[in-house]
Design a protein around this ligand. Structure first.
Ligand code: NAD
Length: 305
């Protein structure tokens, strides 16, 4: 019988897909390496999330292993070379969380534009901060979407529905997709100069490391809001803190950081014009379900030939 080890919490629908295929499913949450080495001896597939680590040693102990599935995107906890040498397929679920990340980006944007988190903090202190919580509307404003991939597309779609003008920047412009969301492509510099909101949706690669630096922050409007739900190091954090302290831009909403978890008492936590969340872009019931089901279906497809 085909046996699948589920080594991280996944949605019950994913387990259902495997069981419906007639597979035996064993669930052990985040086993350590020694335990995992024991568990994989007779399994055909394994499902992980960002944990546990599937090391070369684990792969070596699994003679029957044919598929390693990551319910999610990043594959940094899997030894891809060791898997490749053995001809083991590695699958993941890109796109499963795109809508969730896009909706969080908008949540952050609303929280900054209407000073929701600030007002909430004041309410808890017993302060009725009506005057200080004056905000701005989004309708009619320009949003600059940097990186027009899966998440950028969803963000642009939502922005379009809110009556925002959509500017896009991507080295590989997809004109047809842009038309669908009423967006038009611009150079990064023009986008930064013209946007009331700049939202980042690029992968972290050499070309995007500190892409938003001091020089580029200075191109932005003093009334602009920056949203980063991509990767922390796409923004030069020191420059951003300066920009927020000195009013080069009006505010920022951040889900990701150069150092995670964000250190306690980090300068960002001292600023009232910033809203911070702990890397929860993909943390929704729907995203987790989609991720689990997508990898389970791929396992079935591969193991059933
Ligand atoms: P994607 O691959 O679908 O899209 C990325 C886009 O960026 C592509 O269109 C690509 O052409 C473009 N791009 C590449 N280099 C660029 C550059 N130098 N300048 C501008 N654009 C560039 O990826 P995605 O699924 O949309 O994910 C985007 C980002 O979101 C990634 O960094 C990912 O790690 C991050 N993410 C965050 C969370 C979270 O929890 N906050 C969850 C999932 C993904």
């Amino acid at each position: 019988m085909v046996k699948v080890l589920v080594a991280a919490p996944v949605h019950e629908k994913a387990v259902e897909v495997l069981k419906n295929a007639g597979f035996e499913v064993v669930y052990r949450e985040y086993p350590d390496e020694d335990r995992l080495v024991e568990l994989v001896r007779d399994v055909d597939a394994i499902i992980v999330r960002s944990k546990p680590k599937v090391t070369r040693r684990v792969i070596k102990s699994a003679p029957r292993l044919k598929v390693i599935a990551r319910a999610g995107v990043g594959l940094d906890n899997i030894d891809l070379d060791a898997a490749k040498e053995r001809g083991i397929k590695v699958v993941n679920s890109p796109g499963a969380s795109s809508r969730s990340v896009a909706e969080l980006a908008f949540g952050l944007l609303f929280a900054v534009a209407r000073k929701i988190a600030f007002a909430d903090r004041k309410m808890r202190e017993g302060i009725w901060a009506k005057k200080q919580a004056m905000g701005v509307e989004l309708e009619g404003k320009t949003i600059g979407v940097v990186g027009f991939g899966r998440i950028g597309y969803q963000v642009a779609k939502i922005a379009n529905a809110f009556g925002m003008k959509v500017l896009l920047y991507d080295p590989y412009p997809k004109e047809e997709r842009a038309k669908e969301v009423g967006g038009s492509f611009a150079s990064l510099e023009d986008l930064l100069r013209e946007s009331d909101v700049v939202t980042l949706h690029v992968p972290l690669v050499e070309a995007t490391y500190h892409m938003i630096n001091e020089e580029r922050l200075k191109l932005m409007k003093p009334t602009a809001i920056l949203i980063n739900a991509a990767r922390g190091a796409v923004v030069d954090t020191k420059a951003l803190v300066k920009a927020l302290q000195e009013g080069w831009i009006a505010g920022a909403g951040l889900d990701v950081y150069e150092e995670e978890p964000l250190p306690k008492d980090h300068p960002l936590t001292k600023l009232d014009n910033v809203v911070l969340t702990p890397h929860i872009g993909a943390s929704t019931v729907e995203a987790q379900m989609r991720a689990g089901v997508q990898v389970a279906e791929q396992i079935v497809e591969i193991l059933k030939g």
